[in-house]
Design a binder for this molecule. Structure first.
Ligand code: 2U9
Length: 354
């Protein structure tokens, strides 16, 4: 290649202009640009390479000319790009009649669906929704609920204790062990300590028990407990509340049955069954032929519980109940395995309405 001179710059620029004008696509235009400016084999690069073998006086002139060519081509390329922007935009046709993209809606978790529905029902009946801490102390979770130190539920076998004890707020010297609450009842204790009757609250939330996983057990599950305290509150009020709940939650023809039971914090106590809404009590696979479905437990608040929170047990009576939300969701949606609620498998979750 001969040593470039000023006329070589001019002829390259003329060629560049002609080739760029002939380019039929942005891609072809880019190829023209690269022919001159590409770092490895572009015309400017090849001039630069000549500098190494050139005589001292040629070195300077080749360098100057290469630079002149480079800057001139860059300026022309920039101008070309600017001119071609409107062309490119015009070439992209936008179809304004296309429907918009519909965002994919998520689904509420089945436990959330059950919880929302239950909260709406109890709110209409005059209950306030209250939430509390999942980390509790032994006094609020056990002692105040008439479950003294020897009570089997307090055993390490059944309850998940935390390794870092913190001072509790009961004022008792031995109140230092912390645990994951085994029921939401500890919050009812806190609420009673902070308020005076009449009280009507519902406490939804996660609770923890030391259980192994199987079809019907998980170490964490969800409860909704209720508490009503006042003067003259009776067992009939409890039954009426749960019947009204069942009518709204399950079926307007639901019946509610109490079976005698035992809980340390209620006396008398009962298991709560609802008539099977699938067979209306005749007996089917869902109710295992009995016509009844167990949904929870209930009872009249034990006087020892009132004494623990400083209420006059002669003056006040109250009722309480507990319902397992997974159990209700399993029955309502025919779910075969409780673990599905906690695995976040979209194939399961997508089957529930928004
Ligand atoms: C206070 C006093 C009494 C709450 C109650 C039950 C009966 C009950 C279970 C239902 C299914 C737990 O989720 S589950 O496994 N609960 O049977 N719960 S009475 O009694 C209380 C609560 C608070 C102050």
């Amino acid at each position: 290649m001969s040593v470039p001179d000023h006329s070589s710059v001019q002829s390259h620029l003329a060629a560049f202009d002609a080739e760029l004008a002939a380019a039929k696509s942005p891609r072809q235009a880019q190829t023209v640009r690269d022919k001159y400016l590409a770092r490895k084999h572009g015309v400017v690069a090849s001039w630069m390479q000549m500098i190494a073998d050139a005589s001292p006086e040629d070195k300077r002139s080749i360098g100057r000319l290469a630079n002149e060519l480079k800057q001139a081509i860059e300026a022309r390329w920039a101008a070309f790009m600017e001119r071609s922007v409107p062309d490119t935009a015009a070439a992209v046709t936008i179809d304004l009649t296309l429907p918009g993209r519909v965002p994919r809606l998520g689904h509420r978790h089945p436990l959330t669906l059950v919880r929302d529905r239950m909260e709406a029902i109890f709110t209409r009946m005059g209950f306030a929704i209250v939430e509390g801490p999942e980390i509790e102390d032994e006094w609020h979770c056990f002692d105040a609920l008439n479950m003294p130190a020897e009570h089997p539920a307090r055993d390490m076998q059944d309850t998940l204790y935390l390794s870092a004890p913190v001072p509790g707020d009961s004022g008792r010297a031995d109140d230092v062990r912390t645990l994951l609450r085994t029921h939401t009842s500890s919050m009812q204790i806190r609420y009673m300590q902070a308020q005076t009757p009449p009280i009507r609250i519902v406490v939804p939330g996660r609770v923890y028990r030391r259980d192994d996983l199987d079809l019907t057990h998980t170490p964490m599950f969800t409860q909704m407990e209720g508490l009503a305290v006042g003067e003259g509150v009776s067992l009939a009020d409890l039954k009426g509340t749960l019947v009204a709940f069942a009518h709204e939650m399950f079926s307007p023809t639901s019946r509610v049955r109490f079976r005698p039971s035992f809980f340390p914090y209620t006396e008398p106590s009962a298991e709560v069954d609802v008539s099977c809404w699938q067979c209306e009590g005749a007996g089917c696979a869902m109710c295992k032929g009995s016509g009844w479905l167990e949904i929870g437990g209930c009872g009249m608040v034990h006087p020892a519980v009132f004494e623990a929170v400083g209420y006059d047990a002669e003056r006040y009576t109250g009722f309480a109940w507990g319902i397992g939300l997974e159990r209700v969701a399993i029955l309502r949606h025919q779910v075969g395995d409780i673990r599905l609620f906690f695995e976040n498998d979209l194939r399961f979750l997508e089957q529930f309405p928004h």
